[in-house]
Ligand binder design. Sequence first.
Ligand SMILES: CCCCC/C=C\C/C=C\C/C=C\C/C=C\CCCC(=O)SCCNC(=O)CCNC(=O)[C@H](O)C(C)(C)COP(=O)(O)OP(=O)(O)OC[C@H]1O[C@@H](n2cnc3c(N)ncnc32)[C@H](O)[C@@H]1OP(=O)(O)O
Length: 196
Amino acid sequence: MSRVSGPWPPVDVEPPAAHPKAPAPGTDLGVHYDECFGCGDDVEAGLHLRSTVGEGNTVHSKFTVTPAHQGAPGLAHGGLLACAFDEALGSAVGNLLRRPAVTGKLETDFRRPVPVGSTLYIEARLDGTAGRKIYVSADGRLDAADGPIAVSARGLFVQVGFEHFSTHGDPQALDKLAEANRKNERTRGDEWEINP
Ligand SMILES: CCCCC/C=C\C/C=C\C/C=C\C/C=C\CCCC(=O)SCCNC(=O)CCNC(=O)[C@H](O)C(C)(C)COP(=O)(O)OP(=O)(O)OC[C@H]1O[C@@H](n2cnc3c(N)ncnc32)[C@H](O)[C@@H]1OP(=O)(O)O
């Protein structure tokens, strides 16, 4: 079976246009939700991904593999690596485009084993948009920003209305998140993020 699964993006796209209020390159993006498995501080065994805006429609994320993330002894579980890429790609979509969106499709290419104790340096980039469809891709390098690529991913995010989260999720938790965002210096005024 070929490693390459067709052209990317798979459809004609518009070039990505960052939102005028997108955070500038160098901005530390912090945690988007304390209970998020990908980045939240309240999830002890979570991935604790940390992300910063890069140049040219990219987000740079770091994720250190701990014993809580093992599949085989001493090695990261592939599903958790996929989770790290979901988070990194979602962060690029949410922060650079500022459009509420969910993952529709996520493809991962595991090229090298990722040992416990190693850090993945993930660069996620916006590849283009087609209506509600947002195409993104990422590479994760081992232990340095210029290390060997261990995992690559590409994904389709689909823009949704805020009712997606209030209808299918936990409206009380959304209210709490809105309150926390109002108190956060960086996200204050970003009512779009969670308030329908
Ligand atoms: C998640 C937080 C975002 C909240 C925003 C707030 C703040 C943002 C700020 C920062 C965010 C920072 C970090 C974010 C971190 C992590 C992100 C994690 C994201 C996730 O982990 S999120 C959970 C997993 N995710 C789901 O839980 C989705 C379940 N699912 C659905 O809810 C529906 O399935 C939906 C909505 C996807 C589509 O449903 P729908 O009815 O609205 O639209 P429809 O089906 O018509 O699709 C429209 C067009 O997309 C094409 N399309 C759809 N799916 C496709 C596929 N798989 N392959 C190829 N094409 C596909 C169709 O073919 C059509 O294309 P066309 O228009 O050309 O016909």
